[in-house]
Design a protein around this ligand. Structure first.
Ligand SMILES: [Zn+2]
Length: 721
């Protein structure tokens, strides 16, 4: 199965330059789990060609330190997660019609929230509603030391949309006792509890006790261990009781036609259950399963249609409504085709049953919604660089014969998220590459975007997490990073994508596959080196994307510090570097360190058992990056496998074991939770009678309050479906 969702970064320092579209789109995630991100470069919505004059005057560049921003990003940390917030720059400036559109799509997104709980496990809504009743009730003794543990557990359930860990999918157990649970549940007024007809609070407790406390019951949501029956051993609610893997395989073997060039996504929008007359799909649609939520989604989507920005967007929304009404899989494909065709709109939405990771057999889609607006600042910045792609190519230190006579900048797309729901929240992807149907991607294209404001929030959280203070060698370096780190990361990523991967050409007759298993590392190194070479170039000031070359110097500090120190924190002790981006960074930095030793370009400091790397000569470091870029381009252009192999093996694979242990220890001491998720902004319409005259955006800062508010406002499903 190809993974198209780019997973949220887990260890903060790994977020440093990584985003992008196309072949290098990369998730940042915990050591040992390498997911493949979608690799089809997006062809759609290239930023319109703008004249240079427009670009120069309109690109907004921070001229003062970025970290004077009073917006607190992280609000709390519990278990293994951090709760963060993000802002939505550009929302206030939207025309009223687009604000209204966003508001309806926001309501549609949240209206489906209950669905993901029920999809994840059949008891999740009962568990969640019981816990929420306890939190709301005054009848519970909150001075009991077990109360804090119950609150903590409730937050974990909200974070994971159920009782299984959002990432590992293993069930997590309460730290409070079953006796305490029984005591508090029976203490609250029965009318607050999610009781079935005739059910008593005691019976509810008896039903939920093994679900919550018995580690053997429904231990894993998605079991991928092929030694067992994947369906029977997975706790997901995508399949009814007693359905086996063989049942599912036979059911779809009869339906899937491998010769069909435009196959529907079988099983995407239904639960498969056993009935006396055989297996039946319970379809998720307006008058089907989850109909109570889907009717609300449709109600809001219908309001969105008349305020659509253009006909293409209107068509896409109408087709989405048709799909939710009929439940026809072909209608979903029609919608997806209309969605990829809608490339001009400022506002965009993903709403549906999309990713199939929650189904061990990969048929059924989790409900998710992401409402976004295009990031115009990023688009302008990228266009400013892209417009000069030929200048960058012409002035590159690579051999002239391997320069492209006519180079086209590759355009990365960046969106600004307004709200996420279902499977996309609170933990969020950082990039989206849809649709998933391969034939639609091939015939109609796809959209691949980075979630810019989400990435920014992570970056801001990184600078406040203590990692910088721990691994930077001086107060000056820390100050420079706090002033310019955000912008330097954005520019590095932009240049890596837009001019890095786009640069250079192969010698005639050389195959793109010549570098074999070293190809990705060397390709990422090439793109990074283009970015590093130019990020200290006055040309960037001239084209208006930065105001001060300090930005570039910060990028150098950061690159070396991350490559040789911080990124190693995510590697297990005793392991070598394997992932291509981690290898390429280490290769570049270790090569530059060694080749600049005589001139003290980068200095290693060991102070009180702590190691630091300090850039002493930025101009010489740039020369070194240029030299290495020249060599890496030559290796690629000539397909020199042996030289490529040696470069990667000598500088990009092995880590100093002693230094590695030291870094792990320093990182662990910071106590940073590995996972992060978000509190969503709140949209509030300003009404005159029935008419919306404005939509105000608010930024709540209490995770518990938001979860209780959502439960109150968007609880459309019955407890059991
Ligand atoms: Zn790349």
């Amino acid at each position: 199965m190809r993974q198209r969702r780019i997973v949220l970064a887990l260890l903060i320092p790994t977020l440093i330059p990584f985003i992008g579209v196309g072949a290098c789109t990369r998730p940042a995630e915990p050591a040992g789990e390498v997911a493949k991100a979608g690799v089809t470069p997006a062809k759609e919505h290239e930023p319109k060609a703008e004249t240079k004059a427009e670009v120069h005057t309109e690109v907004e560049v921070p001229s003062s330190p970025a970290n004077t921003d009073p917006f607190p990003i992280q609000t709390e940390q519990f278990a293994d997660v951090r709760i963060l917030r993000y802002r939505v720059p550009g929302f206030e400036e939207l025309p009223l019609q687009q604000k209204e559109l966003v508001y309806y799509l926001y309501q549609a997104a949240l209206s489906g929230r209950d669905i993901i709980y029920d999809q994840n496990h059949r008891h999740n809504l009962a568990v969640r509603r019981t816990l929420e009743a306890l939190l709301r009730s005054d009848a519970v003794d909150k001075s009991d030391p077990q109360w804090a543990k119950l609150v903590d557990f409730t937050k974990r359930v909200w974070f994971s949309n159920g009782i299984h860990h959002h990432y590992s999918t293993k069930k997590f157990l309460p730290a409070f006792s079953a006796e305490y649970f029984a005591k508090v549940v029976t203490a609250v007024p029965a009318k607050m509890l999610p009781l079935a007809d005739g059910e008593t609070p005691e019976q509810l407790v008896a039903k939920l006790t093994p679900v919550l406390f018995d580690p053997q019951v429904d231990a894993k949501r998605v079991n991928l261990d092929a030694k067992a029956d994947l369906i029977a051993t997975s706790a997901t609610n995508y399949y009814g009781p007693d359905v086996t893997q063989a049942d599912v395989e036979q059911f779809y073997a009869k339906r899937v036609d491998n010769a069909d060039p435009t196959p529907v996504s079988w099983g995407l929008n239904s639960q498969l259950v056993k009935t006396p007359s055989g297996l039946v799909e319970r379809v998720w649609k307006v008058d089907g399963m989850y109909g109570e939520s889907i009717r609300e989604i449709v109600r809001w989507l219908e309001k969105a249609v008349p305020v659509a920005e253009n006909d293409k967007q209107k068509t896409a929304l109408e087709r989405l409504i048709a799909y939710y009404r009929t439940g026809e899989l072909a209608a979903f494909d029609d919608y997806s085709i209309a969605w990829v065709a809608d490339t001009d709109s400022r506002v965009d939405v993903v709403n549906g049953f999309i990713e199939v990771y929650g189904d061990p057999l990969g048929y059924r889609g989790a409900y998710e919604a992401v409402v976004s607006i295009r990031d115009l600042e990023a688009s302008k910045r990228i266009a400013a660089i892209s417009n000069e792609a030929q200048w960058f190519e012409d002035h590159s230190p690579i051999p002239d014969i391997y320069k492209k006579p006519s180079v086209q900048g590759i355009s990365a797309k960046v969106i600004t998220v307004v709200v996420e729901s279902g499977d996309a929240a609170p933990p969020t992807p950082i990039g989206i590459n849809l649709p998933n149907a391969n034939w639609i991607r091939t015939q109609h294209g796809s959209k691949s975007v980075n979630l810019g404001n989400i990435v920014h929030a992570h970056e801001a959280s990184r600078t406040s997490s203590g990692v910088l203070e721990e691994f930077a060698a001086s107060a000056e370096e820390i100050a420079r990073s706090k002033s310019w780190g955000g912008l330097s990361d954005l520019l590095h990523t932009d240049m890596h994508e837009v001019i890095g991967h786009a640069s250079g050409q192969l010698k005639h007759g050389v195959s793109g596959e010549a570098l074999k298993n070293y190809a990705s590392t060397l390709e990422e190194a090439r793109a990074d080196l283009v970015a590093l070479y130019y990020i200290v170039d006055p040309k960037l000031v001239e084209i208006g994307v930065m105001k001060d070359l300090e930005v570039g110097r910060e990028a150098y500090d950061d690159y070396i510090r991350n490559a040789l120190l911080v990124q190693l924190a995510r590697l297990e002790l005793g392991d070598d570097l394997e992932e291509a981006h981690m290898r390429n960074r280490h290769m570049i930095a270790a090569w530059a360190f060694e080749h600049g030793k005589a001139d003290r370009v980068i200095e290693r400091l060991d102070r009180e058992g702590k190691t630091y790397f300090v850039v002493r000569d930025y101009a010489k470091l740039r020369e070194l990056f240029g030299r290495l870029l020249n060599e890496v381009q030559r290796i690629k252009s000539e397909g020199d496998f042996e030289a490529g192999r040696k470069l990667v093996e000598d500088y990009g694979v092995r880590v100093d074991r002693e230094l590695h242990a030291q870094i792990k220890q320093r990182y662990t001491a910071l106590g940073i939770a590995p996972y992060a998720g978000f509190i969503q902004p709140r949209l509030v319409p300003v009404l005159e009678g029935e008419t919306i005259t404005d939509v105000v955006i608010e930024y709540p800062d209490d995770f518990t309050e938001q979860m209780l508010e959502y439960a109150e406002t968007y609880s459309f499903l019955p407890t059991y479906n």
